[in-house]
Design a protein around this ligand. Structure first.
Ligand code: 5GP
Ligand code: MG
Length: 177
């Protein structure tokens, strides 16, 4: 697997430091949200698998995790397809929601999920992604917490896949063409 990685873009150490800092930022914004209210953390699978597992351990408040699925790639493609497939969403009416995904690219996935969640009238909603590509479509999507801004290239590792592989690679990198 490691032989397929052309270059490392973000090391595991840098990821770990940044995830801790995001957790602290979320905590200072949400911890006093209102005393009895818990947070519903909606995690977009499968790309956010490792991110969410690490991030939640830096969130000391009362949290319920809800997993949902979305996919915008077909097979071995490295191009988002136009219409992401969105799985069943949890009921978030009257709840405080933290929406977590791996990466903002075309922005279609996060935009659609957030819209559908907003229609359920949550008490509040904030989005958090580990990575955002430095392209207009990604920069235009409202997102309260962003881990890293990266160049417009296809990355794998730390949960992100290519054709289902490389999710277990601990750093974030680019695969050989
Ligand atoms: P968007 O809807 O913003 O175009 O794409 C979002 C989804 O596409 C992400 O949640 C992620 O699963 C996938 N994606 C977008 N860019 C990349 C990338 O560079 N690498 C990988 N592995 N997945 C990506
Ligand atoms: Mg995804």
């Amino acid at each position: 697997m490691i032989r397929d990685i052309e270059k490392i873009v973000i090391t595991r150490g840098a990821i770990s430091d940044r995830v801790r800092a995001i957790g602290e930022a979320i905590t200072s914004n949400l911890i006093n949200v209102d005393d009895e209210q818990e947070i519903v953390l909606v995690a977009v699978m499968t790309g956010s698998l490792i991110f969410v597992a690490d991030l939640m351990r830096h969130l000391p408040m009362k949290i319920r995790i809800q997993l949902m699925t979305a996919s915008s790639y077909i097979g071995k493609s490295t191009q988002s397809n136009n219409d992401p497939m969105i799985g069943k969403l949890p009921d978030v009416k009257g709840r405080h929601v933290l929406l977590v995904d791996d990466i903002l690219d075309s922005g279609k996935t996060l935009t659609r999920i957030r819209q559908e969640l907003e229609e359920m009238q949550p008490k509040s909603i904030q989005s958090c992604v580990l990575l955002r590509k430095k392209i207009d479509s990604a920069m235009d999507v409202p997102c309260e917490y962003v881990g890293f801004e990266i160049e417009d290239e296809f990355v794998v590792g730390y949960g992100l896949d290519h054709d289902g592989y490389y999710r277990n690679f601990p750093d974030i990198g680019v695969i050989c063409p």
